[in-house]
Design a protein around this ligand. Structure first.
Ligand code: DLZ
Length: 194
């Protein structure tokens, strides 16, 4: 029986002509890692070249909107100047910051950006403020730039819920995979809509 939840029947899209950025927070790393891996695996499985996947990290989810906005602008600058700098260089200043989770970036505009963060509710209102602001910020960037920005922000009440959405708990589904597929679908469709 078809599931009520999820994006429905899987669509197959050719990602071989796409350039995709993933920006992830480092808070709740043990949940972030499988989500990031799931998203990347589906990009690669859809034909996106490894060299066309740019991965950047920020401390927490609060920083996701500014990073996505800057990464987008940097890629636009490069596509008009043919600079040899990678998008990551422009995001982090003049010195390339290639940590373990960051691949050497290619250059050119992005067809889609995936923002990944995990917000776990605590005892204060912190969660509500960050969740709402970041959601609005990411939507604004998406509509202002016209570049699909995939919403990979988990807003959960506890660690168990987070694990169940990252494929960590037995039999659970990794939502990162959905985000990777959504990025390819939207990247392809954006070109068709242009
Ligand atoms: C401070 C904070 C807290 C309490 N919780 C989370 C969280 O669950 N998930 C997350 O991604 N980030 C959290 N942060 C960090 C903020 O997002 C941000 O990085 C800091 O407030 C610095 O601006």
């Amino acid at each position: 029986m078809a599931s009520l939840k999820g994006p429905g029947e899987a669509q197959k899209h050719d990602g071989s002509g796409l350039r995709i950025a993933i920006v992830h927070a480092r808070w709740n790393t043990t949940i972030i890692e499988p989500l990031l891996a799931g998203a990347k695996a589906k990009l690669l499985a859809s034909g996106v070249k490894e060299s066309n996947i740019v991965v950047q990290s920020v401390p927490g989810s609060w920083e996701l909107p500014i990073a996505c906005a800057k990464l987008y602008s940097a890629s636009q600058i490069q596509s008009t100047t043919s600079s040899s700098l990678g998008a990551g260089d422009l995001l982090s200043g003049s010195t390339p910051d290639l940590t373990a989770s960051q691949s050497a970036p290619s250059s050119g505009p992005f067809d889609a950006i995936i923002a990944i963060g995990v917000l776990i509710k605590g005892e204060t209102m912190h969660f509500e403020y960050i969740a709402e602001s970041v959601s609005h910020g990411l939507m604004r960037i998406q509509l202002d730039t016209g570049v699909p920005l995939i919403f990979g922000l988990l807003t959960v009440l506890n660690e168990e819920q987070a694990k169940a959405r990252a494929g960590i708990t037995g039999g659970s589904h990794n939502h990162g995979e959905d985000w990777g597929l959504a990025a390819v679908e939207l990247g392809v469709k954006r070109k068709e809509w242009a």
